[in-house]
Design a binder for this molecule. Structure first.
Ligand code: FAD
Ligand code: NAP
Length: 535
């Protein structure tokens, strides 16, 4: 049990991009007594946990970063277009040091309970080690992708080799040389890991349930001139990012895919393919809204897969056909499809025969047993709601968040829930979060929360709570926004909770666009926090 103070103005759970910035704002701008509680033994969140081979960002370095400090953005040197995990982790550690955040971060502390004490009008927060804290405000910065999903496959404990999950990767690294490695999952993670594992493993068996559309990243070092120009133009880069739909500093083309000639369309896709990265999705304005437009992008990628993968049968198995391009979170890759031309790589199509069990010697599907030394689960996360529900939150009158969200998450602006006063969620369900370049979404939320708390203090108010009608109306708006796009058409997407057995199928993030959403949040505040009850 800690002897240090346990009474705070604000407790923040999580020390990734979100928790670090929220602490800086509340402590250094508002003068609050704030404490971050973090389960990991270090700061960095996603970049602390995800140390698998090939892990790197797919937002480009010059905008996958904080924008709040001019000095920080000028002094930090990014070395690559998409830096690897160690570099991003170094950056976040640098932020923790530069802003002297560490004294107010308690590491190795997993929060397992949070109850609202109506009498004291404070949150009581409990940890796995039995510590208890109390605070007027509780802010979850637990991340959207921080609860690893390890499928409950029968026999997993009987496996005689090593079992790994990419989101819980050993710090000492893993040597695959001479080993037979099974990789389950072909989302962004599996697609990044496969080419790197294949370089050293004796054999790599990729178990694929849903084939994925992937576009080359075209990673490379950043030269001195690019670095200088980026630093000179940061103000404009940030302005563009904030005024865009997805928090990226690039504009979506003003034309629809079917408004140009076939030759022009092909040329534009080819240029985007050569340029690499998420820009591909911005090639036409209607890729995410018009099925026929989307099909042109999907078909372009399918043709590329046929071109790259030498064995036509393997190419066909790798080809996504039954959902629109980018309706699942689009990955970008370095030599992913090329990897299947290697002699030591085998693709197993789980749509033909699913995994029955893990057996002592490897993975058994309905067709065969694959002998393995290591099984790597790249099976993703219980996204968005998973980390929040794991906090076992109980609001006013003991109402549990788990019960409230039994049919899917309900929030007001992804920031608050009725019945849970003074509890704020950074990038919660119902906010643009995972549909954006996340530092932009995180900064917007952390700043809105800090401004809100400053407002309460200035007005001598003690509590804020989203109202039921506002939350109901927002749920309808979240549905409307999703339905206006092709996003709900990928039935196996984690955006819908479809990757977790038994999870309600609800489209969780807000698809109405980052800039539009940020304006709404501003208006809500300017109108005296419309939809919230302040007292
Ligand atoms: P996180 O970084 O997830 O941090 C949350 C922290 O909360 C974690 O450290 C966790 O340990 C802690 N925590 C959770 N529950 C508890 C608890 N109960 N008690 C105590 N502590 C707790 N986004 C992009 O925009 N661009 C990218 O290129 C990109 N690449 C990604 C690559 C990978 C491999 C993954 C997994 C995600 C990627 N993301 C990317 C999304 C990424 O999660 C966000 O960009 C960002 O890092 C999220 O920051 P965060 O602080 O909100 O959450
Ligand atoms: P994911 O997108 O959820 O992919 C998980 C993969 O595992 C899918 O192919 C899934 O198949 C498969 N899978 C899940 N359960 C399975 C089971 N029981 N049997 C067989 N296959 C199973 O997870 P992720 O790849 O870790 O990515 C999650 C998110 O993190 C990304 O979408 C992205 O937002 C972020 N991320 C970003 C980057 C980056 O490049 N910057 C890298 C990694 C992650 P189905 O598709 O059929 O469900």
């Amino acid at each position: 049990m800690s002897t240090a103070s346990t009474e705070f103005d604000a407790i923040i759970v999580g020390a990734g991009f979100a928790g670090l910035y929220q602490l800086h704002l509340l402590r250094d701008r508002l003068g609050l007594r704030a404490r971050v509680l973090e389960a990991a033994e270090g700061v960095g969140g996603t970049w602390y946990w995800n140390r698998y081979p090939g892990a790197r960002c797919d937002s480009e370095s010059f905008y996958y970063s904080y924008s709040f400090s001019h000095e920080l953005e000028q002094e930090w040197e990014w070395t690559e277009r998409y830096p690897e995990q160690p570099e991003i982790l170094r950056y976040l550690n640098h932020v923790a040091d530069r802003f002297a955040l560490r004294p107010d971060i308690q590491l190795g502390t997993r929060v397992v309970g949070a109850q609202f004490d109506a009498e004291r009008q404070r949150w009581r927060v409990t940890t796995q080690d039995g510590e208890a804290f109390s605070a007027q405000f509780l802010i979850t910065a637990v991340g959207c992708l921080s609860t690893a999903n390890l499928p409950a496959l029968p026999g997993i404990d009987s496996f005689t080799g090593q079992v790994l999950h990419t989101g819980l990767w050993p710090h000492e690294g893993v040597d695959f040389s001479g080993k037979r490695v099974g990789l389950i999952g072909t989302g962004s993670t599996g697609i990044q890991a496969a080419p790197v594992i294949a370089q050293t493993a004796k054999q790599l068996v990729v178990f694929q349930r849903t084939p994925n559309y992937s576009v080359p990243a075209r990673n490379g070092p950043l030269d001195a001139q690019t670095q200088r120009e980026t630093k000179e133009n940061y103000a404009e880069i940030r302005r563009k990012s904030r005024s865009s739909t997805n928090g990226h500093p690039f504009s979506v083309a003003p034309e629809g895919a079917l408004e140009v000639s076939e030759a022009e369309r092909a040329a534009r896709y080819e240029a985007a393919w050569q340029r690499g990265g998420l820009w591909f999705r911005a090639s036409f304005k209607d890729i995410m809204t018009c099925p026929r437009a989307n099909e042109t992008a999907a078909e372009f990628i399918r043709a590329k897969i046929r071109e790259v993968v030498k064995d036509p049968e393997v190419a066909e198995r790798l080809t996504p056909r039954d959902y629109p391009f980018a309706a699942k979170r689009p990955p970008i890759d370095t030599d992913y499809f090329e990897t299947f031309n290697r002699d030591n790589v085998l693709l197993v199509d789980l749509r033909k025969a699913q995994i029955d069990a893990i057996v002592p010697q490897g993975v058994r599907t309905g067709e065969a047993v694959y002998p393995l030394d290591v099984i790597v689960f790249a099976t993703g996360f219980d996204a968005l709601t998973g980390p929040l529900l794991a906090l076992n939150i109980e609001g006013e009158g003991g109402v549990s968040l788990r019960k409230r969200w039994a049919a899917g998450p309900r929030t007001y602006l992804g920031l608050q829930m009725p019945g849970f006063p003074n509890l704020f969620t950074i990038t919660g369900p119902g906010s643009p979060s995972v549909l954006t370049n996340m530092p932009i979404a995180i900064e917007q939320h952390a700043e809105w929360i800090a401004d809100c708390i400053a407002h309460l203090r200035a007005q001598g108010l003690r509590r804020i709570e989203a109202t039921e009608p506002a939350s109901e109306a927002w749920a309808a708006e979240v549905n409307r926004a999703a339905e206006a796009t092709l996003l709900p058409m990928a039935s196996s997407s984690w955006y819908l909770g479809a990757n977790i057995p038994g999870k309600p199928r609800v489209f969780m993030p807000y698809a109405g666009g980052m800039a539009h959403y940020a304006r709404l949040c501003q208006e809500v505040a300017a109108e005296g926090y419309r939809g919230f009850e302040l007292s």
